[in-house]
Design a protein around this ligand. Structure first.
Ligand code: SPD
Length: 348
């Protein structure tokens, strides 16, 4: 009996020291990172893993709304996410984001002041800008004979079934609102209803509502016109010189996508290490060159080749920027946007 209790005691001691033995020495932290599709040079992820001995579980989303739903559901404990302006505002209001300890993100100093203190994070507490850009129309010069300077062209019968719209409610409803001369942040129900009617009227002309597939379809000449984020337009123009990009005279959207730490994070320190790493000059340059979007990183920008720095698609002049609006969080009105978008998508 004595022998048995001695054995049990040894077994219990072994169990208690197990977590501190070799097994745990090899156990790596896994960081869950959630980003837009086609929005990173993936070699950067391996560089981070090798440098810090942290494993990255990398997942992608297609719209801010998809990202929000998944983080809210809490199925995956995301440590870093990269939403846009208005969605960051919404997540802050709903208590979904951690405040960042900026003493762990010294490379934040490289971010251009123009992208700090913006409405969605006025005191720079929750977000670190990653990329920015404007929305416009990418078009094929060989297929489009009319001037491309107004959103109206996306309603021109001549281009029936040659038009691509973004499968993203803020972008598509925003374009319809600006076509009508309204702000893309309107919360006026009557104006929103008019925008819905415009989108329904346009539907027979639309070849497809797309996300990242827009690039293949425009590069291959399958479509003539598309709403596009400028960074994607940079990439498309490189692949097909017949493509051009324009920001309509009625105005457009300026977006800022930022790195944030959701409250679901179990590894806040490592999340801050990741964000800081993404702000290393060489890493920011690598991502910018790879994806084609506009960098808010002052030093990375200086290292880009002259042609890229002077590309007006990625870095538009002040006259273009001055007619662009940043999306605001529309709080309860978002339900209206959801309803309108559902009705547009369901319309025959
Ligand atoms: N490949 C998709 C990259 C998306 C960039 N962000 C878009 C901002 C939307 N407001």
């Amino acid at each position: 009996m004595k022998k048995l209790s001695k054995l049990i005691a040894i077994f219990l001691i072994m169990l208690s020291v197990l977590p501190f033995t070799s097994c745990s020495k090899d156990k790596k932290v896994t960081l869950n990172v959630y980003n837009w599709g086609d929005y990173i040079d993936e070699s950067v992820i391996s560089e981070f893993e090798n440098k810090y001995g942290i494993k990255v579980n990398y997942e992608t989303f297609a719209t801010n709304e998809d990202m929000y739903v998944k983080i809210k559901a809490g199925g995956t404990a995301f440590d870093v996410a990269i939403p846009s302006d208005y969605m960051i505002s919404k997540m802050i209001k709903e208590g979904m984001l951690e405040k960042i300890d900026f003493s762990n993100v010294p490379n934040y100093k490289f971010i251009d002041e123009r992208f700090k203190g913006l409405d969605f994070d006025p005191n720079n507490e929750y977000s670190v800008p990653y990329m920015w850009g404007v929305v416009g129309i990418v078009y094929n010069k060989k297929m489009v004979s009319d001037p491309v300077d107004s959103w109206d062209i996306l309603w021109n019968e001549k281009y029936k079934k040659q038009i691509l719209m973004l499968d993203s409610q803020r972008e598509s409803i925003g374009v319809a609102l600006q076509k009508l001369g309204y702000s893309l942040n309107t919360t006026d129900k009557d104006k929103l209803e008019q925008a819905k009617e415009e989108l329904i009227k346009q539907k027979p002309l639309v070849l497809a509502y797309v996300g990242d597939e827009i690039k293949d379809k425009m590069i291959s000449g399958e479509a003539a016109l598309a709403i596009a984020w400028a960074g994607d337009a940079v990439f498309m123009k490189q692949q097909n010189p017949d493509l051009e990009f324009a920001v309509p005279k009625e105005g457009s959207n300026l977006f800022v996508d930022c790195m944030v730490i959701p409250k679901t994070s179990k590894h806040k320190k490592e999340a801050e290490m990741f964000i800081n790493f993404m702000c290393e000059t060489e890493i920011a340059k690598k991502n910018t060159e790879y994806i084609g979007y506009s960098t808010p990183h002052k030093e990375a920008y200086k290292l880009l080749d002259e042609e890229t720095r002077n590309d007006k698609t990625a870095y538009p002049d002040e006259d273009v920027l001055s007619r662009c609006e940043v999306y605001k969080d529309l709080s309860d009105m978002l339900k209206e946007y959801d309803r309108i978008w559902t009705e547009v998508k369901a319309a025959k």
